[in-house]
Design a protein around this ligand. Structure first.
Ligand code: SF4
Length: 471
């Protein structure tokens, strides 16, 4: 199915499901409250946000240089760097590394980039088992679903659903609906897998160019196990995650965890600078870094849309988005849902495939208000909407693909009316006199809404009658 059609189908299903509305409303309210309490002082928030925005904007403006520096410093630390232009290239690279070690099992920490690559399916089709070790990812993997939120992949499930899922998949485990007991079950099931898998794979939150350090933020400790127990660690990262200096990390980490979960500090913060060195007691013998482009270079070249690449994947925009909280994450096609997904995914896949996504926004601005790196999401969504219907096919991939002659004509007519007051008023009074014509004109819109009855007199006429009109 075409991805836009898939999106429309997902929206219809989500809108018709009251459970989604209840679940997401309650959980988004909770996440919003946590974030609010993490930023009690508006001035401190503003200052921190300005610093984070500056760091990310500066990093993106110098992306090619910083990536080169990162590659050089990672290599001198003993980290092997691989460049991947497409998701397929990145998958192939991971597969080749695993084949080189005759590895049949991969244990994974949370990585949205590996979701973007479709890594699990790619490796499964080549006989390699992938096991998600982040609790939320583990649950959605067992359920055969996609993550529905970037920081809380199983946020759409309640404990009863998880309890039933565990019982179905692991009949030997006794049934419980207690969250702590369920977490304990998952821990026991996963723990031995860290010892069995010879390769661990994680994402990267930030990569520091000046030191060749990979930073990993997590709360469960599974990322640390993935990066220390298996013999080989593979880190996969979108090229935009690079920053210049180690001193850039504290403000970014500070604002990331507060925006994401309302914590003042994350439970685990891992800094990986090399494979195990002589005399060290743990750590992998090999560390690989796979740098994925997958359309990001194209975004980087656009001096306005490149702000998209500042994103630090905190999820705050989706928690505050009225559309996301109504639909949930599964209605969105692609890897990342919510406002940042509506902005990023069409730029990667092309507007001809995902051009409907930027319309999944009320443009209320809640997303950009809470974005810790100041991405002007509504403005950029508007730009994508315009790109989709522009004349010609220049600009970003799929530009112009949503242009319809009839619609363009209607807007042309609307523009002509709005710039000629006399014609505008004449047309309005004509329309007001024929409500049935209006109903036909607004056909689909009135299927689930009642068209307001036009007032007998327009505002202009009322003002003129009261002597208030001015041309
Ligand atoms: S766009 Fe901003 S708010 Fe949304 S996930 Fe990215 S950094 Fe967070």
């Amino acid at each position: 199915m075409h991805q836009d059609a898939e999106f429309r189908k997902g929206v219809s299903e989500a809108v018709g499901d009251p459970r989604i509305r209840r679940t997401f409303r309650a959980r988004m309210d909770l996440l919003m409250a946590k974030r609010r309490s993490a930023f009690p002082d508006p001035e401190a928030w503003d200052e921190l946000r300005r610093a984070a925005t500056r760091i990310r904007a500066d990093s993106i403006s110098r992306l090619p240089d910083l990536l080169q520096q990162l590659e050089t410093n990672c290599a001198s630390n003993g980290i092997r760097v691989h460049w991947a232009e497409t998701a397929d290239d990145a998958n192939r690279t991971v597969f080749e590394i695993m084949r080189g070690h005759d590895a049949r099992q991969l244990i994974k920490g949370k990585s949205m980039v590996s979701e973007e690559m479709g890594l699990n399916d790619y490796l499964a089709s080549r006989g390699i088992d992938c096991l998600e070790s982040d609790l939320g990812e583990f649950i959605v993997q067992l359920a055969g679903e996609r993550p529905s939120h970037i920081i809380a992949p199983a946020i759409h499930k309640d404990r009863v659903q998880v309890a039933k899922l565990f019982k179905e998949k692991f009949p030997d485990v006794s049934y419980t609906e207690e969250i702590e007991a369920l977490t304990g079950d998952a821990r026991r099931m996963l723990r031995r897998k860290f010892f069995e898998a010879s390769v661990g794979l994680t994402g990267v939150n930030f990569a520091v160019a000046e030191t060749g350090t990979l930073c990993l933020v997590e709360n469960e400790g599974n990322g640390r196990l993935c990066t220390t127990l298996p013999k080989v660690h593979i880190a996969v990262m979108g090229i935009e995650k690079v920053v210049e200096k180690l001193s850039d990390i504290p403000p970014l980490l500070n604002i990331l965890v507060r925006s994401a979960t309302g914590q003042s500090i994350t439970t685990y913060f891992n800094m990986i600078s090399s494979p195990r060195r002589r005399g060290e007691k743990d750590g992998p013998g090999e560390v690989h870094l796979v740098l994925l482009d997958n359309g990001r270079s194209g975004i980087y070249r656009d001096r306005e849309l490149d702000a998209t690449l500042r994103c630090i994947r905190c999820g705050a925009c989706m928690n505050h988005c009225p559309v996301y909280s109504r639909l949930g994450g599964h209605a969105y096609p692609g890897t990342i849902p919510g406002p940042i997904g509506a902005l990023l995914e069409p730029q990667i896949a092309g507007l001809d495939r995902l051009g409907a996504l930027p319309t999944a926004s009320t443009l209320c601005g809640a997303c950009s208000e809470v974005c810790p790196v100041g991405i002007p999401i509504p403005e950029l969504l508007n730009r994508l909407r315009a790109e989709g219907v522009r004349k010609g096919s220049e600009g970003i991939a799929g530009s112009g693909s949503r242009r319809r002659f009839r619609e363009a004509l209607v807007w042309r007519f609307w523009q002509m009316m709005c710039t000629r007051p006399r014609i505008y008023r004449g047309a309005l009074s004509l329309a007001a006199g024929m409500p049935s014509v209006l109903t036909r004109l607004f056909g689909p819109w009135t299927r689930s809404r009642t068209l307001p009855v036009p007032a007998g007199k327009s505002l202009h006429v009322i003002c003129r009658d009261r002597g208030l009109e001015h041309e």
